[in-house]
Each structure stands twice: as C-alpha cells, then as structure tokens.
Design a protein around this ligand. Sequence first.
Ligand code: ZN
Length: 98
Amino acid sequence: MYERFYDELFESGKFAIISEMSNLRYLIGPCKIIDDDRKQEFVVTMEGDEKITCTCGLFEHLGMICRHSLKVCVPRLTTSGFIHLYETAMTLLLSVRN
Ligand SMILES: [Zn+2]
C-alpha cells in the first residue's frame, strides 16, 4: 500500500495540468507524449476540501487516489495536509482490501 501510494506520487510527476476547465476542474495529460496510443487525458474535479474525482476511475476501483488527482492537489497542500491525504489514502486502501 505504502509503495502504491508513492508509485502514484512519483508517476504524478509525469503529468501536467493542461488547462483549468472551470473552477476546480482540471484537464490532466502526460508531460511528454512518447506514443500516440498512450496519450491519455483525464479530468480531475475537486469538490471542496474532502472530495476529488478523476475520470481514470482508480479511486472508485481501488480506493486509491490517482496520479492525476495528486498532480492537482499536492501543490496546494501544506505538510499536515499531505500527511492527512496519505493517512486517508491508506485507510481507504485498507478498507478496500479487508
Ligand atoms: Zn486519475
């Protein structure tokens, strides 16, 4: 679980915010397009401080915050906010596995 979260955090560095579609809604895509087949864009929507959704559906499937959502929210977090995000991600992941 710990590794998975950090994998997502590491992979988030390969993505960029392409545009802010509207208030708290962002289009996310790869920084570098290596292969057109792999070019994928996702829409991340922040709903207040407690909820963030992404069209990739990772959270809905695994309860894990995805790299696209991390790309949007990590720069906005304080250290304590990041720890809260990490703990929430771990709690959700454990509940999905159990
Ligand atoms: Zn995503």
